[in-house]
Write a protein that binds this ligand. Structure first.
Ligand code: KG4
Ligand code: ZN
Length: 366
């Protein structure tokens, strides 16, 4: 006897994500409800290098991809026949990593007779905001801040799949700045969560750090801030009689631990506040200028507690964030974006290829 009859109106999408260092697969219903979600993280593997090692990442994706997809379907308690389509990230990201996901998706979709939908990773991050439990879907127009390890983009979203890029980083992405400064402060990889933890015991006004306001634009720049942190570290190392190298160093240097020379907590707190200040202020101004109904924050850095707190405090319109576990890379967000593109009639051809430098406004190849 069937206890649980599935209504045939629901549309189930299998999402696949391998753009960086997470191998992920998920099943999402109607773009909003998570049925299965599996992430095989490679963070421990890359920690010894202090950052992502692309060749190691793609080899690990090859090992994980099929078990991860099988587990996502098993967790969702569905068969291949229940799926409406397969959605996969085809850019931006690491070429070797993207190739694993795209080829798995193409092979499985072909083999199972399912349509294929190509998804932009930045768009997927935005769609993590459609998966917030018990909240109605966001209403357009929206100003979206996408801040991750690879991207910092401020985008006006006027409808599903309709974007106007307002600005972006001119150098490091916000997450990249967190990771580089984390390394400088001799904190473990990834730097974002480590800086957040360390900053809890620090005073944000302890160090006067620069903010690149870049007036008249919605662009960001974090390289000056990163260099300012580097100079402070070097100054203390030099004062302690240590001849510091003028390069960003890995944690296993011969120098005395930084914590003996300086308040790392104060420097972490001052850095975090400087990044958050600029991100929040630019987003707030954009939301006002474009009369947005809400602000969406997305990407790994959207997990940052100070960013979430300040963004809500300084905006007069609603601010939405994905659940913390959906801020960093996952396939749920790919399946959600895939649902809306699938419903709009979009299909990728079997020639779908990876585009490592894909931008948000480029359309998936038909
Ligand atoms: O979205 P994501 O998983 O990967 C990319 O698409 O790049 O983002 C990873 C980035 C890393 O740079 C990491 O340091 C940062 O997100 N991150 C954070 C926090 N959690 C992750 N940055 C600041 N605060 C956090 N709590
Ligand atoms: Zn990402």
């Amino acid at each position: 006897m069937t206890i649980f009859a599935k209504t045939w109106t629901m549309t189930l999408i299998l999402g696949i994500e391998t753009s960086c260092d997470e191998t992920a697969a998920a099943v999402v219903e109607d773009g909003r409800f998570i049925l299965g979600n599996v992430i095989a993280s490679q963070v421990d593997l890359h920690r010894r290098y202090g950052g992502i090692f692309p060749e190691v990442a793609s080899r690990q994706h090859i090992l994980s991809i099929l078990p991860v997809i099988e587990e996502a379907l098993f967790g969702a308690d569905i068969d291949w026949d229940d799926l409406a389509a397969v959605a996969v990230t085809y850019g931006p990201g690491l070429a070797g990593s993207l190739l694993v996901g795209v080829n798995a998706a193409k092979g499985l979709a072909w083999g199972r007779g399912l349509p294929l939908v190509g998804i932009n990773h930045i768009e997927a991050h935005i769609y993590a905001n459609w998966l917030v439990k018990d909240a109605p879907p966001p209403v357009f127009p929206l100003v979206c801040l996408v801040v991750s390890g690879g991207h910092s983009e401020l985008v006006l979203m006027t409808g599903h799949g309709q974007y106007q890029r307002l600005g972006g980083t001119l150098d490091d992405a916000a997450g990249e700045a967190f990771d580089k400064v984390g390394r400088l402060l001799e904190l473990p990889y990834p730097g974002g969560p480590a800086i957040q933890e360390t900053a809890r015991d620090g005073t944000p006004s302890a160090f006067k750090l620069p903010r690149a306001w870049l007036p008249g634009t919605y662009d960001f720049s974090f390289s000056g801030l990163k260099t300012a942190v580097l100079r402070i570290v070097q100054q203390h190392q030099t004062q302690s009689g240590d001849k510091a190298s003028f390069k960003l160093r890995a944690t296993n240097s011969q120098h005395p631990p930084l914590t003996r020379l300086i308040s790392v907590a104060n420097l972490a707190a001052s850095f975090q506040t400087a990044v958050v200040d600029v991100l929040v202020e630019k987003t707030r101004r954009a939301a006002e200028e474009f009369e947005a109904k809400a602000v969406l924050v997305a990407g790994g850095v959207a997990a940052n507690e100070l960013l979430r707190e300040e963004m809500s405090k300084r905006n007069s319109i609603p601010v939405r964030y994905p659940a913390i576990e959906l801020c960093t890379d996952n396939a749920v967000m790919v399946a959600s974006a895939g649902f809306f593109r699938f419903m709009a009639g979009e299909r990728a051809g079997w020639e779908l290829d990876v585009i490592p430098s894909l931008r948000l406004l480029e359309k998936a190849p038909a």
